[in-house]
Design a protein around this ligand. Structure first.
Ligand SMILES: [Zn+2]
Length: 300
């Protein structure tokens, strides 16, 4: 081994007593030692780095699992909610339909419009089904809202019309003379009905309206006329006293005058007329109306 090269390490003491020494190492061995040392250092460093990465990942993984669990619960509660919403919509639709049937209205045929109000709440991929359901529910609710608004408007309309329609007795008493041709006490067309009542009893307006006449009218005596909507008016005659003046707005049931014997009468009674477009019609049909039967009177 002639070619072998050596490195010599010498330790030389600084004082004269000390003994120095030298170490002769073959070059290959030195390289091997240095190489192994570097490798060891590298291995150690990389294991430290790797383990720190791993532990960080583990933490991430754990939070991911927790988050997942949370999301799952949220999704489950969502799906529970959509079921409830579905049920509520079903009930609502049923009631809507029944109400329309009772009122004789045609059933609601709204076109479906998809609203995207719910979109922003939901992550796009996972809960598409629920999101889709909620969108449908939203659209369905929108429809019900429209339908109910229509119903409400209809009911309001009917209520207003009913309030302005003669629908009750102006005076509690008996009908002693009906509408139509008669021979007693005077021959000719009797343009209203006569209801008996004690002298001075209050007479009530049979519908909302405005007083258009208060005064004396030949055979009618002291007379009050109230104008309602749709060309309908009511007339109260033979009164002893007035309780209203011309131009006054009147509510159904409000006292407008009192029973008397003015004009052509044989005793205290109310002569009550219902007029449509100023032509007297039979008031009998207008004495006991409710909000449902009133629509028949409106068709005539
Ligand atoms: Zn009469």
């Amino acid at each position: 081994m002639k070619n072998e090269k050596y490195y010599t390490f010498m330790v030389v003491p600084h004082d004269s007593q000390g003994k120095g020494f030298s170490l002769r190492i073959p070059r290959k061995l030195l390289y091997a030692v240095i190489g192994s040392f570097v490798l060891l250092c590298f291995l150690f460093a990389s294991s430290v780095v790797y383990s720190s990465i791993l532990s960080r990942r583990l933490v991430h993984y754990r939070t991911a699992i927790e988050k997942n669990q949370e999301q799952k619960e949220v999704i489950e509660s969502f799906s529970e909610k959509t079921k409830e919403v579905d049920q509520a919509i079903y009930e609502l639709t049923k009631m809507d339909k029944q109400l329309r049937q009772v009122l004789g209205l045609e059933s609601w045929k709204g076109k479906m419009k998809l609203s995207s109000k719910m979109k922003s709440y939901l992550p796009p991929s996972q809960v598409e089904e629920i999101s889709e359901k909620l969108k449908l529910a939203d659209a369905e609710l929108e429809q019900r809202k429209e339908s109910l608004a229509q119903l409400k408007a209809w009911v309001n309309n009917v209520q207003q019309r009913f309030a302005a329609t003669p629908s009750c007795w102006p005076l509690n008493g008996y009908i002693v003379s009906r509408y139509g041709y008669r021979t007693y006490p005077w021959k000719g067309l009797h343009t209203g009905i006569d209801i008996t009542g004690r002298y001075g009893s209050p007479i009530k307006a049979t519908a909302d309206g405005v007083v258009t006449f208060v005064g004396w009218r030949q055979a009618y005596g002291k007379t009050v006329i109230v104008q309602h909507s749709h060309g309908v008016s009511t007339l109260y005659a033979h009164n002893s006293k007035y309780a209203v003046r011309v131009g006054q707005p009147i509510k159904k049931g409000q006292v407008v005058c009192f029973v008397g014997t003015t004009g052509l009468t044989t005793g205290p009674h109310l002569h009550y007329e219902v007029r449509k477009n100023n032509r007297a019609i039979n008031p009998i049909a207008y004495l006991n109306l409710n909000i449902l039967t009133a629509s028949r009177a409106w068709r005539e």
